[in-house]
Each structure stands twice: as structure tokens, then as C-alpha cells.
Design a protein. Structure first.
Length: 211
């Protein structure tokens, strides 16, 4: 797995062509745009919502939901990505940060969204990442997370064999069951899953309303 510094350098370099490249990706990212659209339709976003996008990149996922939003805040590891996003979406409030270090206040958002970012979180920090999302959501708020995720180890092995040289051994992808358990450990409820592409799953999970 890459270090945070290596990941930042990768996305700094990729920022200028990221949106165009992602539209034509193959390998585990096959079906990227369809999965984004499906996850956006799945997200329980109300009119006037305040949305936080973790790993916002150049803003592709948020752009599908901005017509419903009162505000969009984005967090990304790469400052170059954030600069590119700001050029395309001047109204977004953008900050450098990660899943485990979100530079925003407690309980400030109705929705947290994220696409194709969670696999960058180290395995031993994934529960903490879910807890950090819960921290920044309002009670009753929703997480919608889309990523390269597999239903089982067998499903991942089948994908690796099918993709051959297009498979990326450097990534540690999540499994539905383990991520579901991490979300429940962070006290999320009303968790539901949908497969959005050959190698993609989206999950929606609600933070309980505090009594």
C-alpha cells in the first residue's frame, strides 16, 4: 500500500487530466461514470443539504448533487486536486485533509459523500475513518460511500484473474462485510448496499439521531 506522501504525489501529478482519464478508465475502475450516477441517485440528500465530499478530487461526485445542496465542502489529500476543483467549482469550500483527519467542525453536515477514496485508508484506520465521518455528521445525517469493494475474497480473486495485467496489486480494497461491521462499530444504522458496477459497491448509512 502506498504511503500518504506517495498518494499525494500521485494525485498532484494526475490532477490536470484526472476527470478526463476517469471517464475512460478500465481495470477495477471500469464503469466509473455509471457508478457515480447510480450512487448519486441512491444518496438520501434533501433540498438545502450541507454536503461534505471526502476525497473530492476535481468535484465529479459533488457536481451530481449540487442542485440539491445549500453548500458543498470538499476535502482532499492533494492541494493540486483542490486547486483544479476550485477552478471548476468556485462556490465549493475546500480543505486539505483525509478520511481520518477531517478539518471541519462536529455535526456540521447533513450528508457526507465519498467516491473511490476509502481504499486509500490503511486497514488499521478504517474504523477510525468511519468514526470521523460520524463525528462531522448531524444526528440523522447520511453517509454515501462508493468505492472499489468486493462481496468476498473469492469475488476479489475472480476480478483479479479476469483483469489480469489491469489489476492493481498495490491497493487494499474493502469487503462489504468488513466495512459494514466498521460502520456498525461507529454506531451507524439503516445501512444498505447496492452494487453499482462490476467491481463497485455503494453503501448508505445513517448516523443515529441523538436522544
Amino acid at each position: 500500500m502506498r504511503t500518504p506522501e506517495e498518494t499525494r504525489a500521485l494525485f498532484d501529478q494526475w490532477a490536470q487530466t484526472y476527470a478526463t482519464d476517469m471517464a475512460h478508465m478500465n481495470g477495477p475502475l471500469t464503469g466509473y461514470e455509471t457508478s457515480l450516477a447510480t450512487a448519486a441517485a441512491l444518496a438520501p440528500v434533501d433540498e438545502g443539504a450541507h454536503i461534505l465530499d471526502i476525497g473530492i478530487g476535481t468535484g465529479g461526485f459533488s457536481a451530481l448533487l449540487e442542485h440539491q445542496a445549500a453548500s458543498i465542502t470538499g476535502v482532499d489529500l492533494s492541494n493540486v486536486m483542490l486547486e483544479k476543483c476550485q477552478e471548476q467549482h468556485p462556490s465549493y469550500e475546500l480543505h486539505q485533509g483525509t478520511f481520518t483527519h477531517l478539518p471541519v467542525a462536529d455535526a456540521g453536515f447533513d450528508n457526507v459523500i465519498s467516491s473511490f477514496t476509502f481504499h486509500e485508508v490503511p486497514l488499521d484506520e478504517r474504523v477510525r475513518a468511519c468514526q470521523e465521518v460520524a463525528r462531522v455528521l448531524k444526528g440523522g445525517g447520511w453517509l454515501t460511500l462508493l468505492d472499489i469493494i468486493f462481496a468476498s475474497d473469492n469475488a476479489m480473486q475472480d476480478a483479479a484473474e479476469h483483469l489480469g495485467g489491469r489489476w492493481d496489486d498495490s491497493e487494499i480494497y474493502a469487503f462489504v462485510g468488513k466495512l459494514d461491521a466498521a460502520l456498525r462499530q461507529a454506531r451507524f444504522q439503516q445501512i444498505y448496499w447496492q452494487q453499482t458496477g462490476p467491481y463497485h459497491w455503494a453503501v448508505c448509512a445513517q448516523k443515529p439521531v441523538e436522544v
